[in-house]
Structures are given as structure tokens and as C-alpha cells.
Design a protein around this ligand. Structure first.
Ligand code: NAD
Ligand code: FES
Length: 296
């Protein structure tokens, strides 16, 4: 069992939990995710890691209560426990393998939309801990939906906040802030990391393509079981077929067909849609992992 050390409501339907999971805390890196299960019969829920404390042996998760399982999760309190907490899974963010001195010469822009602030935070924190100053844009629908603002402030070089309704920070979407920084203020970026809802990542990528800024996105939202078995997260990255949960979740955003991925995400929600995908793509239960070749 994996005990919950802290449980907090961050905003409407958004919750944060520190979970005792020393092995995961020892090995996890920014960009990776865990799968949690409330009890034996519970659904497997993949969640990107928001933070970790290797000494305390805890991993922080942030989730949105959007279905039966996450609504049940939201009822858990400090002292309760998860039945399973598996990880770290997926590949870590690529930059952690780069030479730190070379990273210092690159200008990174992180763009977080809504709950996407949770997976962006450990990446910005890692940069800060390695002496690399980065610009960060956080977008939210409204002031009350803004999460992790204080935490982000401590680790960002420059933090820009935008709300769709103008109740805090700049009035507008994250793409408006990118345009302002690059086109009006003349800022130059070598890499953009954009994590948030699919529609946000799509529009950030359209813009950064125009602005010539290589962009990394996280395809976490299309994952279902997170194990490479269900096939839900199969996607085209350029000409290649990848699985977000095994090969990602982070990919070159300019190579992703977001419309296809969003359509697939919708199809996967119905039994009929899942049956159609299975017919078209073969039994992704075999080879869905992308490693054994059984799906070819
Ligand atoms: P949201 O709808 O509140 O959007 C957050 C921000 O994204 C907005 O404030 C805006 O700045 C920007 N945005 C939205 N639509 C845009 C558009 N068309 N053009 C430009 N910018 C746009 O976000 P939310 O409700 O917190 O999002 C929840 C979604 O985020 C869920 O679907 C979840 O799957 C996803 N999510 C993704 C990841 C990931 O790893 N990619 C992680 C956590 C959550
Ligand atoms: Fe099921 Fe990736 S989430 S195969």
C-alpha cells in the first residue's frame, strides 16, 4: 500500500497528493509518469509526476477529477493509501541527458496550460537546480483555476501568466503571450516545451512552426492504461507509429498530427470506436508495447 502523506484541493476539481513511494521517488525523472490504482478493482490511471522528494521518499501527483475513478481518488485523505503506485514509467525529458553547460547556452521556453502546469513544474525545477534560467508561461481559464503559481515563481527565470478571462495576468491564451514575447519583445528561443490540453498543444505548435522554434509536447492525454497494452495511445510522429506510454510521452510537436490524435482520443471513449480501431489496426493487445513487433 502507498500512503498519502498530503492531500490538497488546488482548484475546482484539481487535487494534489504527496504519496509515499520511496522506490519511485529514488528513480523518477521529469517527464515520466506513474500508474495509480485505488483498490484491487480500480481502474489504472496514468498520471505525470509533478514533483518528487528523494529523501522523504514521496512523489507528488496532481489530477483532475473527470471520471468515476478520479472522483473516487479525490475523496481520499491524508493517511489513506493507494493499492498500486507503479513507476517511474515512460521516457524522461530528453534535456536531462544533455550536457548542462550546453543547455546553459540554449534559451528554453516552457508553456503550461491548465493542469499541464503539473508536468511542466518538475522540468522547470530541474533546470533551476542545474543553474539554467528559463522563461515560463502559465495559462489558465480564470484566476481560480491557476495552479502551482508560487512553486513555479520560485524556479522560473521569468514567469508570464495569462488567463482566458483576464482575471489575472495577461488577458488571453498562452499563444498570445508567445506572440507578444517573440514578435513584440524580440525574445529568441531555441526550444519550446508545451504541455496542456491537446488543443493548446496543437495551436502552440502551429505558432512555433511559424516562428521556427522546435517544440516538445507531452501526449499524456491520449494514454489509457499506460502499459503499452491497450493501444489507445498509438499515434503518428512524422511517418513513424509510436506509443505515447512507451516511446513518449514527449515527442517533437511539429511532427504530430493533432487532429488525428484528438479524433482517435474521441473514438477510444466508446466501445464501438474501440472495436473499429481494433479492426483497422489489428489486435494492439499484442505488440502495443511497440517493442515486441507483434503489431506489425
Ligand atoms: P484549459 O482548457 O483550462 O486550458 C489551459 C490553457 O490552455 C488556457 O488557459 C489557454 O491559455 C490554453 N489554450 C486552451 N485552448 C487553446 C487554444 N485553442 N489555443 C491556444 N491556447 C489554448 O486546460 P485544462 O482544463 O486544465 O486542461 C485539461 C486537459 O489537459 C485535460 O484534457 C488533460 O488531459 C490535459 N493534460 C495534459 C497533460 C499533458 O501531459 N499534455 C497533463 C495534464 C493534463
Ligand atoms: Fe495503452 Fe499506451 S496507453 S498502449
Amino acid at each position: 500500500m502507498y500512503k498519502i502523506r498530503r492531500a490538497e484541493k488546488l482548484a475546482d476539481k484539481i487535487y494534489l497528493m504527496d504519496v509515499e513511494a520511496p522506490r519511485v521517488a529514488r528513480h523518477c525523472e521529469p517527464g515520466q509518469f506513474v500508474i495509480v490504482k485505488i483498490d484491487e478493482k480500480g481502474e489504472r490511471i496514468p498520471l505525470t509526476i509533478c514533483d518528487y522528494d528523494r529523501e522523504a521518499g514521496t512523489v507528488t501527483i496532481v489530477f483532475q477529477a473527470i471520471g468515476v475513478s478520479t472522483e473516487k481518488m479525490a475523496l481520499l485523505k491524508e493517511g489513506d493509501a493507494f493499492r498500486d503506485f507503479v513507476g517511474p514509467l515512460g521516457c524522461a525529458s530528453e534535456f536531462i541527458h544533455e550536457d548542462v553547460e550546453e543547455l546553459k547556452n540554449k534559451k528554453y521556453l516552457f508553456v503550461a496550460g491548465g493542469v499541464g502546469a503539473a508536468p511542466v513544474y518538475p522540468q522547470v525545477k530541474w533546470m533551476h537546480e542545474h543553474g539554467i534560467s528559463v522563461d515560463v508561461i502559465v495559462g489558465a481559464k480564470t484566476k481560480d483555476m491557476l495552479i502551482l503559481k508560487d512553486e513555479m515563481e520560485k524556479v522560473s527565470g521569468n514567469l508570464y501568466i495569462a488567463t482566458d478571462d483576464g482575471t489575472y495576468g495577461q488577458h488571453g491564451m498562452v499563444t498570445d503571450v508567445i506572440k507578444k514575447l517573440v514578435q513584440e519583445e524580440g525574445k529568441k528561443y531555441d526550444v519550446c516545451v508545451a504541455i496542456g490540453p491537446m488543443i493548446m498543444m496543437k495551436f502552440v505548435c502551429l505558432l512555433t512552426k511559424e516562428l521556427n522554434i522546435p517544440t516538445i509536447v507531452s501526449m499524456n492525454p491520449i494514454m489509457v492504461d499506460g502499459t503499452g497494452m491497450c493501444g489507445a495511445c498509438r499515434l503518428h510522429v512524422g511517418d513513424e507509429i509510436k506509443f505515447a506510454c512507451v516511446d513518449g510521452p514527449e515527442f517533437d510537436g511539429h511532427l504530430i498530427n493533432f487532429d488525428e490524435a484528438m479524433k482517435r482520443q474521441q473514438m477510444y471513449k466508446t466501445q464501438e470506436g474501440r472495436a473499429l480501431l481494433k479492426m483497422q489496426e489489428g489486435d494492439t493487445h499484442h505488440g502495443g508495447c511497440g517493442h515486441c513487433g507483434g503489431d506489425e
